[in-house]
Design a protein around this ligand. Structure first.
Ligand SMILES: *Cc1c(COP(=O)(O)O)cnc(C)c1O
Length: 243
C-alpha cells in the first residue's frame, strides 16, 4: 500500500460523526439484523475513505472501474470493495484483477454474468466473487438492470453455470419519483421478486436497496445492504446521479 494523504482532523471528525449516525440508524431501523452498510465513495478522495476506514468502516462502493482500480491500489487490502456502477463487458477483466473486490452489485444480463465469471475464474482467486443481479424495477429506458420478467432466468444462469460467482442477492436503484413514495414501489417490486425466487427456486437472496435519502425506509422493507454516499461524505458534483 503506497502513501495516502491523511485526512485533516476536521474532515476526519465530520466523516466519522456522519458515519456513526448512519451506522446507528442502520443498526436500529432494520427488519433484518446486521444489515450491511456500504459507504459509497465515488468522486471522493482516498483520504476520505481512510477517515471512514479509521472508524471501522470496511465496505465501500465505487461506480467507475478506473477510479476503483486506482483507489484499491493505494488503500488497505482489507477493504471490501463493491462495484455499483454500470457494468461494461470490456471492463470485467480489470475489475477481476482487484483482489479485494468483494461484490459486483450490477450484473445486468446473462452474458455479463458469464463475462464476469470467466474473468474472475481466469484471475485465479481462491474465493468466488459475490454478485447481485441488478433489476430495472422502475422499467425506465435508460436505467441499468435486468427486466423483471428475466430475473428468474438470470438468477438460474448465475447459480447453475457461473462457478466463480456467488449469487448474494438482488439490487435496485429505482426511479426518482418512486423514491418519494411510501412505500417505495421499486423496493416493493424487489421484495416481490425475492419472494418469488424463494418460492420457485428455494433460494434465499439478499436485497441491496436504499441510498442516503431512503435507506431507513428500505431497511424497514427488508433491505440487507444499503448504499449510502452523500450522507456520509457530503454532496457530489452533478454528474454522479446514478443510473
Ligand atoms: C451514488 C450511488 C449511491 C449513493 O447515493 P447517495 O444518494 O449519495 O447516498 C448508491 N447507489 C448507487 C448505485 C449509486 O450510484
Amino acid at each position: 500500500m503506497s502513501h495516502v494523504e491523511e485526512p485533516t482532523v476536521e474532515r476526519k471528525d465530520e466523516i466519522c460523526s456522519n458515519l456513526d449516525e448512519i451506522s446507528k440508524a442502520v443498526a436500529s431501523a432494520g427488519k433484518v439484523r446486521d444489515a450491511r452498510l456500504v459507504a459509497v465513495s465515488k468522486y471522493k478522495p482516498a483520504s476520505d475513505i481512510l477517515a471512514a476506514y479509521g472508524s471501522g468502516q470496511r465496505h465501500f462502493g465505487e461506480n467507475y472501474v478506473q477510479e476503483l482500480t486506482e483507489k484499491a491500489a493505494i488503500l488497505p487490502d482489507d477493504i471490501k470493495w463493491h462495484f455499483i456502477g454500470r457494468l461494461q463487458s470490456n471492463k470485467c477483466k480489470a475489475l477481476a484483477s482487484i483482489s479485494n473486490l468483494w461484490a459486483v452489485e450490477t450484473i445486468d444480463s446473462e452474458s455479463k454474468a458469464h463475462k464476469m465469471n470467466e474473468a474472475w475464474g481466469n484471475a485465479g482467486h481462491a474465493r468466488p466473487l459475490n454478485v447481485f443481479v441488478q433489476v430495472n424495477t422502475s422499467e425506465e429506458e435508460n436505467k441499468g438492470g435486468v427486466e423483471r420478467h428475466e430475473v428468474v432466468q438470470v438468477v438460474r444462469a448465475v447459480r447453475e453455470s457461473c462457478q466463480s460467482l456467488h449469487l448474494l442477492g438482488l439490487m435496485t436503484i429505482g426511479s426518482v419519483e418512486g423514491s418519494h413514495r411510501r412505500p417505495n414501489p421499486d423496493f416493493l417490486a424487489l421484495v416481490g421478486l425475492r419472494d418469488q425466487i424463494k418460492a420457485e427456486l428455494g433460494v434465499d437472496l439478499e436485497l441491496s436497496m436504499g441510498m442516503s435519502d431512503d435507506f431507513d425506509h428500505a431497511l424497514e422493507l427488508g433491505s440487507t445492504n444499503v448504499r449510502v454516499g452523500s450522507s456520509i461524505f457530503g454532496s457530489r458534483i452533478q454528474k454522479s446521479v446514478p443510473q
